[in-house]
Design a protein around this ligand. Structure first.
Ligand code: LP5
Ligand code: MN
Length: 242
């Protein structure tokens, strides 16, 4: 048996092939899993549970079919879809988990995060994050009309695209001290996260003990997952079928 971790699918009507691959994954290998964890940015953007794009419906249905088949699916918010809420859970049978969350992964306490909070050198982003994660700010946003929400999100995207084009790769990666602090605080020697779209396995040392950081890959070009069994965790690229 295995536990699967994915993140950063950025499902969007603009890339229907990726949605297809996700659906095949949910109907196929995910059915054999003990559990599936989606660690943020499942959707390119989520403007509220009451504003689901018609193109997203099929993905919700495939998720629902997986949870109905008995595979638990845990979903964490990313920096694009943090407005997913209770209705999303009712529609899919998925359970939302906090960022950060510690799970017992075959006997090894494992810290799960989206990864954006580890990018502490990106101070402009952290400031933006504080603003949009404020419950009062979100309540105000969700009270806006559909058109206003779409327009505001578009402005955020444009501002963000311009900002990221100016930032260095180092600034947009995790800060090593933040990684160590998060792992120490959680009392773990294993971390799994996404967000940076730099799939990798990093070995580090925390308080003299060997520790591991697994970074999940994005689904821009093709699917990607981390498969963990009692023996090991390995990053796997999912074959594209066109
Ligand atoms: O997403 P990605 O990978 O391209 O970039 C992220 C960071 N950017 C973001 C912003 C999102 O892309 C915007 C879309 C989110 C829609 C959310 C739902 C609707 C809003 C709900 C409100 C309650 O997350 C980017 C990081 C990068 O990752 C790497 O970590 O660098 O951060 C930025 O670029 C942020 C900028 O540095 C600062 C942006 C300030 C924006 C201020 C508001 C602009 C005024 C618009 C007027 C309404
Ligand atoms: Mn992200």
């Amino acid at each position: 048996m295995a536990t699967l971790f994915i993140s950063d699918l950025h499902l969007s009507p603009e890339r229907p092939d990726i949605s297809d691959q996700f659906h095949r994954f949910l109907d196929g290998s995910a059915r054999e899993a003990e559990a599936l964890y989606i660690l943020g940015d499942l959707f390119e953007v989520w403007l509220g549970d009451d504003l689901v794009l018609p193109e997203y419906r099929a993905s919700l249905d495939h998720l629902r079919a997986l949870t109905k088949s008995g595979v638990p699916v845990y979903v964490m918010h990313g920096n694009r879809d943090f407005l997913m809420g209770e209705q999303f859970c009712r529609d899919t049978g998925c359970r939302l988990i906090d960022d950060p969350t510690v799970i017992d992964l075959y006997g090894t306490p494992t810290l799960l995060m989206h990864g954006d909070t580890l990018c502490t050198d990106d101070t402009a982003y952290q400031e933006f994050r504080r603003m949009v994660r404020d419950p009062a700010f979100q309540k105000e946003f969700l009270a806006k009309s559909v058109e206003e929400r779409i327009a505001t999100a578009r402005q955020y995207r444009e501002t963000s695209q311009n900002a990221t084009a100016e930032k260095s790769e180092e600034i947009m990666d995790v800060n090593q001290a933040a990684v160590i602090a998060a792992m120490q605080q959680a009392g773990v020697t294993r971390l799994i996260h996404g967000h940076t779209h730099r799939p990798a396995f990093h070995q580090l040392e925390i308080d003299g003990k060997p520790a591991q950081r697994f970074v999940l890959g994005d689904w821009y070009e093709q699917g990607s997952m981390l498969l963990c069994s009692a023996e090991a965790c390995k990053n796997i690229r999912l074959p594209t079928v066109r």
